[in-house]
Write a protein that binds this ligand. Sequence first.
Ligand SMILES: C[S@@+](CC[C@H](N)C(=O)[O-])C[C@H]1O[C@@H](n2cnc3c(N)ncnc32)[C@H](O)[C@@H]1O
Length: 217
Amino acid sequence: MPDAAFTPALGRADLDDYDRAIRLWTRESVWRGALLRQVVPRSGETILDVGCGTGSFAVMLKQAATGARIVGLDPDARVLELAAAKAAAAGIEVEWRQGFARDAASHGPEFDKVISSLVLHQMPLIEKPIGIAAMLAAVRPGGEVHIADYARQRSWLMRTLFRLTVQRLDGVADTQPNADGALEAILAETNAAAAHPTRVVRTVTGAISLFLVRRER
Ligand SMILES: C[S@@+](CC[C@H](N)C(=O)[O-])C[C@H]1O[C@@H](n2cnc3c(N)ncnc32)[C@H](O)[C@@H]1O
């Protein structure tokens, strides 16, 4: 277990309920399906899933491109055990590594694509730009970083739903900057086009936005 602190997958709630909660409360098939169509995993590619949690998206990536090498990274040893069990049950091979987003670059820069879903909203404000910079440094020149997360909550309804659900579990300190647009502001510093979500999925837990950042060649 890394010695630094982090918010676990379902915040204060039991990790074993994570997959069911995501399925029931986030329109999972809609945003994960949109993310998969955006990533377009291909055979021969090496793809890193940062904050992979229980491995749902890493497994989807491998099933969509069996000839791709998929690496899942997460600081939580227990969630990695759940992820490994999920991949084994599906009969597929994913490489699991323990570590933080800020260390993503130490696992690269050989990745064609780096993904992060529902991770940045749980990270302290100071860690968010560091994590994004490390993900960009982990991809090869011309590679891509794909993000799906609770970013700016644009309407009263989305802000209220986010407050009543995600913020109850994950707390306010790390999540409020996302609701206020911190992610878009950080991405704008990297590349103005990257700050515009490619898709926004409204859910009963708040809006989940997709982003795509291309690393220059
Ligand atoms: C809400 S879960 C999302 C899991 C998965 N990506 C998904 O789409 O279901 C957030 C995950 O981020 C991990 N995490 C928290 N802080 C992190 C950090 N600083 N770097 C990388 N992962 C982190 C947690 O351990 C947890 O597994």
